[in-house]
Design a protein around this ligand. Structure first.
Ligand code: ZN
Length: 266
């Protein structure tokens, strides 16, 4: 068998064990990652809500100050009304009074709007704080589970990664690139044994015989064309499955499968 093919098969066996370890962890790493993301997003929203609440509070007290000032102006103008001596002066003063009243009205209206905003912000902050507390306790539980799982599998994982590094260094780069490309597209499984199924048949005398039936890809289980089988068995070149693109090889231990499905018998 081609040396590189043998090396890729060994690499896949290591990767299969690593995949098994990852499967043990199930969805835990993903759950923790998703929770981390939503906690970070919530914290950011909360910070911006609190910042806005502070701004609005300052804006309200600023407007209240303006109203107080304007009320004083109003009072002064109203007092002056009794002292005017000409129509012109009277008109100027009443127009000034109207002007100040409008300013007070506008500021009071704006304060009402801002108070509504503050109320909405308070509710939003409260609800986010509650959600955040929930998510924080949720992530704590999942992180503990993941840590426990990691502690259990770390030793095996480290050992496998060591073996992996060693074997990767010994394989020519273009084979590694090819392996990585297929593995990435096919859930980490780049190279698979083909399966030759032997069907059980009973002849007229009652003797049981096994006849080779179809050959299929060990990855996608689609039929491998008969002309490729000899080439795959020889192991002298890299042959890929026409359907899934995985590299194929013949494995003396697992490639021959006896059919024990009686329905398939003729
Ligand atoms: Zn396939």
């Amino acid at each position: 068998m081609l040396k590189e093919l043998e090396q890729l098969i060994s690499l896949q066996k290591i990767d299969n064990k690593l995949l098994e370890i990852n499967q043990l962890k199930g969805d835990l790493p993903q759950i923790v990652e998703n929770l981390e993301k939503s906690i970070a997003a919530l914290e950011q929203e909360l910070t911006s809500n609190q910042k806005r609440k502070k701004e609005v509070t300052l804006e309200i007290s600023d407007l209240e100050g303006q109203i107080d000032d304007n009320k004083e102006h109003l009072k002064r103008y109203q007092d002056q009304l009794y002292l005017v001596t000409s129509n012109k002066e009277y008109d100027a003063l009443t127009s000034e009074i109207d002007n100040v009243r409008q300013k007070i009205d506008a500021a009071e209206y704006k304060i009402l709007e801002l108070n509504d905003e503050i109320q909405a912000l308070k509710e939003s902050i409260k609800s986010k704080e509650l959600t955040l507390a929930d998510k924080r306790s949720e992530i704590k539980v999942h992180r503990e589970q993941l840590d426990k799982m990691n502690q259990k599998t770390n030793e095996a994982h480290t050992k496998l990664m060591g073996q992996r590094e060693k074997i990767v260094q010994s394989i020519p780069l273009r084979y590694i690139r090819e392996y990585n490309r297929v593995a990435k597209a096919k859930d980490g499984v780049a190279i698979v044994p083909i399966h030759q199924i032997f069907e059980e048949k009973t002849d007229k005398k009652g003797n049981i015989e096994y006849h080779p039936s179809q050959v299929s890809c060990g990855g996608c289980h689609k039929i491998v064309p008969p002309q490729k089988i000899v080439e795959i068995r020889s192991g002298k070149s890299l042959i890929r499955c026409e359907f899934c693109g995985r590299l194929l090889y013949w494995d003396d231990k697992t490639s021959e499968i006896r059919s024990d499905n009686e329905e398939e018998l003729i």
